[in-house]
Design a protein around this ligand. Structure first.
Ligand code: RFL
Ligand code: PHB
Length: 391
């Protein structure tokens, strides 16, 4: 089978699905190709926090109805260290907020909107490959339910995540990356959150975080070594570590049934370009951050917000936004990289090497500076709630 469309989108994660909805508002036709099944993409538990700009974009696209009803707007976060918990009030500091709404829910809303619009999405596509990205007619080929499919497009957009096929199709691509000597063990628990807003805690044993998905479901994380085996963490051990690292006098952490448990390694990664010929990259396909700043999903949303408008401008006869997309997206991304690395370094214990105790005490100094300085808090608030898109 052979298909002709304007934009071939590879990957139906949040970036690919959202780009499709943006293109719909401009009447630009596209086809989406996804390696996994619809059920699989709906079941992935990942990010939980939306920047204010992400919320506003979803609302503008008509995707805000359930988000407004079920999302939990948070005016700040708690930073905890040395047994003290401090509130950083973004709303008071800079008049901006974030919203707790699971990535799973964003993907569900996007998938429903695509179903209603009758979008062509090829799920369970095998052997997805790109061809001719330096030509006028780039192609995407794959097999779907035993049939060979060829898509001929004007442009290909790689929203196929970190392990996708699009980024490796760029010849001589340079990449910049950094690994961290720790990972996050994350659990979902069926229990009302014990906090009204997220708690980011540095403890002598390592980082811990209390997040949530709803008023009935808590999301909790613990710093663990990168090669940790999940089988070594029975529920009792997880709760015990969470109580120790998150505990402050006069506060209790309520326990509930753990319904999901996983370990995620941490890395920072940026590709040197987000465009080659007629291939554009967006989201995790181009860059990864450690999750401490809650920036992965929001960066993917920012990329496609910029790219969708750039493509629309291109079809209206203005090629400039498309040619400057990579530079603009990377400029925003490098600021986000720095923020995520800073939050990660400030809040995790690195106990390798001789300077471990020194580093920990310096981190406590940094945290104390942040909670004592309104300037530092404004900077954190500005970055956490989201930098503007370079449109
Ligand atoms: P995705 O979500 O990885 O989607 C890529 C899609 O492409 C498909 N695919 C292919 N399709 C066709 N052909 C191929 N060859 C393909 N290869 C792959 C995949 O099946 C998939 O459907 O990338 P996208 O859309 O760029 O979205 C990025 C976000 O998913 C990611 O950045 C966030 O989840 C990161 N993240 C967080 N981000 C935040 O903004 N706030 C958070 O609070 C936050 N917390 C997190 C996180 C990520 C985590 N994990 C598990 C990595 C917490 C965790 C634990
Ligand atoms: C989450 O709720 O999954 C979450 C929240 C904030 C982060 C990372 C993950 O920084």
């Amino acid at each position: 089978m052979s298909i002709r469309t304007r934009i071939a989108i590879v990957g139906a994660g949040p970036a690919g699905l959202l780009l499709g909805r943006i293109l719909d508002t401009h009447g630009i036709d596209y086809v989406i190709v996804e390696r996994k099944s619809l059920e699989y993409t709906l079941g992935r538990i990942r990010a939980g926090i939306l920047e204010q700009g992400s919320v506003e974009l979803l609302e503008r696209l008509g995707l805000g109805e359930r988000l407004r009803r079920e999302g939990l707007e948070h005016r700040g976060i708690y930073l905890q260290f040395a047994g003290e918990r401090h509130h950083i009030d973004f709303e008071k500091l800079i008049g901006r907020t974030v919203t707790v709404y699971g990535q799973q829910e964003v993907v569900k809303d996007l998938s429903r909107a695509h179903q209603a619009a009758g979008t062509a999405i090829y799920y369970e596509a095998e052997d997805v490959a790109l061809d001719g990205i330096e030509s006028e007619r780039p192609r995407v080929t794959f097999r779907c339910r035993g049939e060979d499919v060829l898509i001929e497009a004007d442009y290909v957009v790689g929203t196929d995540g970190f392990h996708g096929v699009c980024r490796p199709s760029i010849p001589d691509l340079e990449v910049y990356d950094r690994e961290y000597p720790f990972a996050w063990l994350g659990v979902l628990a069926s229990v009302r959150p014990s906090t009204d807003e997220l708690i980011y805690a540095l403890h002598a044993d390592g980082f811990a975080m209390h997040s949530m998905r709803s008023m009935e479901v808590s999301r909790l994380y613990l710093q663990v070594p990168p090669d940790e085996n999940i089988d070594d963490w029975p529920d009792d051990r997880i709760w015990e570590a969470l109580h120790r690292r998150l505990g402050v006098p006069g506060w209790t952490l309520d326990e509930g049934e753990i319904t999901d448990k996983s370990i995620t390694p941490m890395r920072s990664f940026v590709a040197s370009t987000m465009q080659h010929g007629r291939l554009f990259l967006a989201g995790d396909a181009a860059h990864i951050v450690p999750p401490t700043g809650a920036k992965g999903l929001n960066s993917a949303i920012a990329d496609v917000a910029m790219l969708g408008e750039a493509i629309a401008a291109g079809y209206r006869g203005n090629p400039e936004p498309m040619s400057s997309y990579s530079r603009r997206a990377l400029s925003r991304q490098w600021k986000t990289q720095y923020f995520s690395r800073w939050m990660t370094a400030m809040l995790h214990r690195d106990d390798r090497g001789d300077s471990s105790e020194y580093d920990y005490l310096a981190q406590l100094g940094q945290l104390r500076y942040v909670v004592e300085s309104e300037f530092a808090q404004c900077s954190l608030a500005e970055q956490y709630t989201g930098l503007p898109y370079g449109l």
